[in-house]
Ligand binder design. Structure first.
Ligand code: ZN
Length: 262
C-alpha cells in the first residue's frame, strides 16, 4: 500500500479496524439509550414508577476547547487517538494542509480536556467539543489550518448556540498543566469573528481598588495558583510577554476583558 504518502486517500483501509471499534462502542451506547423502561444508572430503583416523557433532545456541547497536538504530524495524532492505551481523543483534528479529520460524533464525550476548572465547570469533557490543531508547539499555525478552523467554529457556534465567551484554549482550562495552544495561536483573529473575546484598552480607566487576580477569576481562570493563571492569560492575550507579572498595561487589559467575560 502507498498509505505512507497518500494518508487521506486510503485512511479508510488504515483505520478499518479502529472504525469497526468505533461502531461497536456507539452501538453499545445506542443500546443504552434504547433501554425501556430505563434502568437507574445511580443504583436506585424507580423502574416501577417509570413514565417516559415526550419532550427531550440530546445533551449538547456548550464549549469549544482548542489545542495544539504537540506532535510532528497529523498522522501521528490520528494514530494516538486510535490507540486504546492512550485513552485520549478529540472530536476534530486539523492538519497543516487545512484537512479536517472528524473523529467523534459531536454529541459524544471526547477525552481531551482532562482535569481543570473554568468558572464553575469541573467536567469540561462532558460539555465541550475538542479541536486539536497539528502543530509541534514552537511553530506558527498555517493559514489553511486557521481558515478550516474558522469555518468549523462557525458551524459549531450556530449548531449548538455556543456563547462567544465559551471558546477557550486548553491552557485556560488547565493553567500550568497545559500550555496549548502556543503563543503563535491567533486568538485575536478568532475573537474578531465571534469566537472568544479580545480587549480594547482605548480610554480604559482602571479603578484604584482593581484586583487583577480577581479579574482573572471572573473571566473563568482557576486562581488557586495566581502566577500560573497569569501565565495562561499572558500566553493567550499578551503572547509577546513571557513574564508572570501584572503591569499597568495588563490591568487595563484585564479590566476590559473582565467586563466582557463576566
Ligand atoms: Zn491540549
Amino acid at each position: 500500500m502507498v498509505c505512507f504518502v497518500f494518508i487521506s486517500a486510503c485512511s479508510s483501509n488504515l483505520y478499518k479496524s479502529t472504525n469497526r471499534s468505533y461502531k461497536r462502542q456507539v452501538k453499545n451506547y445506542a443500546k443504552l439509550l434504547r433501554e425501556y423502561p430505563v434502568k437507574d444508572s445511580v443504583g436506585l430503583s424507580y423502574t416501577d414508577n417509570w413514565v417516559g416523557t415526550t419532550n427531550f433532545t440530546m445533551r449538547r456541547p456548550n464549549f469549544v476547547v482548542i489545542h495544539h497536538t504537540a506532535q510532528n504530524s497529523c498522522d501521528s495524532t490520528l494514530r494516538t487517538f486510535t490507540l486504546a492505551r492512550t485513552a485520549v481523543s478529540a472530536h476534530y483534528v486539523i492538519c497543516k494542509t487545512g484537512t479536517v479529520y472528524h473523529m467523534l460524533n459531536d454529541l459524544l464525550r471526547a477525552h481531551h480536556a482532562g482535569s481543570g476548572k473554568w468558572g464553575n465547570v469541573s467536567d469540561m469533557n462532558s460539555s465541550s467539543i475538542g479541536i486539536e490543531i497539528d502543530n509541534n508547539g514552537s511553530e506558527p499555525f498555517t493559514e489553511q489550518q486557521i481558515n478550516s478552523l474558522l469555518q468549523l467554529l462557525e458551524r459549531l457556534k450556530k449548531a449548538f448556540n455556543i456563547p462567544t465567551a465559551n471558546f477557550i484554549g486548553h491552557l485556560d482550562w488547565a493553567p500550568g498543566r497545559k500550555v496549548d495552544p502556543s503563543r503563535y495561536f491567533p486568538w485575536q483573529t478568532l475573537a474578531e469573528k465571534g469566537f472568544g473575546f479580545w480587549f480594547d484598552t482605548t480610554n480604559v480607566e482602571v479603578p484604584q481598588d482593581f484586583n487583577a487576580v480577581q479579574a482573572l477569576r471572573i473571566m473563568g481562570y482557576n486562581i488557586n495558583k495566581p502566577d500560573i493563571a497569569i501565565q495562561s492569560y499572558k500566553i493567550h492575550f499578551v503572547p509577546q510577554d513571557t513574564t508572570r507579572m501584572i503591569n499597568d498595561a495588563d490591568k487595563k487589559i484585564l479590566f476590559d476583558l473582565m467586563k466582557k467575560y463576566q
